[in-house]
Design a protein around this ligand. Structure first.
Ligand code: SAH
Length: 194
């Protein structure tokens, strides 16, 4: 397997990821927002995360500007990267399907917001963020470059660290004891563990 194959699979991954996101965002759009939280802050953190997950890897894929930071590409990394990509897309798709009309890219409460505790939400509270963690891993495996690898880790840290507590506070505020109870038997990233 060559570096080109890794780049090609990464492009395919981004296209599939975009198709999932667009189709579910369009459906959720019908459930109107009733409150938005920290909108400017949300735009900044989503933009930074976008930089780490899409812009920097796209520069790596399309140019040779970052080639000074390349590392050796191993066929085993490619196979593991493809397996991680399949897992990422599956978890990302299931998170959208289970969250349904309650989904939003920013922190938002919708008109008919319901607490989802089933499907991939049964064991972990932010499965979509867990899929972003897998995305960072596949980026390291498929694109053998230190800068793109670190950019994906940066994208995840920005999204997760700046979001998770505020999102849980918002859910507690909206759903109270129902969410408190849900928190007692769920984890944040790895079922039963973390
Ligand atoms: N953090 C979740 C959801 C990301 S989408 C995940 O990783 O899967 C972000 C929106 O989902 C937020 O605006 C929040 O209002 C909503 N949300 C998060 N968890 C939810 C849940 N269990 N049920 C319903 N809505 C939820």
């Amino acid at each position: 397997m060559t570096v080109f194959a890794g780049k090609l699979v990464w492009v395919l991954f981004v296209l599939c990821w975009g198709a999932i996101r667009l189709s579910y965002a369009r459906r959720a759009h019908r459930n109107k927002h009733i409150s938005k939280h920290d909108e400017l802050y949300e735009i900044v953190l989503l933009t930074l995360s976008f930089l780490g997950y899409l812009i920097i890897p796209a520069v790596y894929v399309a140019t040779t500007w970052l080639s000074f930071a390349d590392y050796r590409f191993q066929p085993a990394m490619f196979s593991l990267g493809v397996a991680t990509m399949v897992a990422t897309l599956w978890l990302f798709w299931r998170s959208h399907a289970d969250l349904g009309h309650n989904f939003s890219a920013k922190l938002v409460i919708r008109e008919k917001h319901k607490l989802v505790t089933t499907g991939v939400y049964r064991l972990i509270r932010p499965p979509m963020y867990a899929s972003f963690l897998l995305w960072s891993v596949l980026q390291i495996l498929l694109l053998p470059n230190w800068i793109t690898g670190l950019a994906g880790v940066f994208g995840f840290c920005i999204l997760y660290c700046a979001r998770i507590r505020r999102e849980e506070q918002l859910m507690l505020h909206k759903f109270g004891d129902e969410y408190r109870q849900y928190m007692t038997h769920t984890k944040r990233l790895v079922p039963y563990i973390l």
